[in-house]
Design a protein around this ligand. Structure first.
Ligand code: NI
Length: 169
């Protein structure tokens, strides 16, 4: 196992914008393997590289705990190429914000283009929880966080909790 500590809100690495991965070398394989181990240990649905301190456009999604037909997927240099006009509100959590769940509105369906560990491009369409998880993790690769998508009123309500998280990180 090569899990790494999960970076908590307040750490500037979560706000870094990542340059594309150009070489699909052992470093990238190690990064993905660390992501997978860390995600499994945390029993989360998804984890982005910035959350273990590496500002790279890489994330993993594992919905196998909630959907038996799903397996772990790796996304490198992801792009959202299409998003449905229809949006849905869903409660989201984030491993970098322990015990914080927020209702976030996002497109119901997305089409994503990304590369796998061998640098091979693929495209998938996702809806429901998978679309949700992909969009959340994609945001991380852009230095964006789910708290950027809440209303000013909700932001005011959680201001104290955010401050505490940032102070402890
Ligand atoms: Ni997150």
């Amino acid at each position: 196992m090569a899990e790494r500590p999960i970076v908590i809100y307040g750490d500037p690495v979560l706000r870094e914008t990542a340059k594309p991965v150009e070489e699909f070398n052992q470093d990238v394989k190690d990064l993905v393997s660390n992501l997978v181990d860390t995600l499994k240990k945390a029993k989360g649905l998804g984890l982005a590289a910035s959350q273990i301190g590496a500002a790279k456009p890489v994330f993993v999604i594992d919905l196998s705990a909630v959907d038996i037909n799903q397996s772990l997927k790796v996304f490198i240099n992801p792009e959202i190429v299409e998003a449905s006009d229809q949006e849905v509100e869903m409660e989201e959590g984030c491993l970098s914000f322990p015990d914080m769940y927020l209702k976030i509105t996002r497109p119901e369906r997305v089409r994503v283009r990304a590369m796998d560990l061998d640098g091979k491009e693929f495209e998938i369409e996702a809806d429901g929880l998978a679309a949700r998880a992909i969009q959340h993790e994609f945001d991380h690769t852009q230095g964006s966080l789910f708290i950027d998508r809440i209303s000013p009123m909700t932001r005011t309500l959680i201001r104290g909790r955010l401050r505490k998280l940032a102070a402890a990180s």
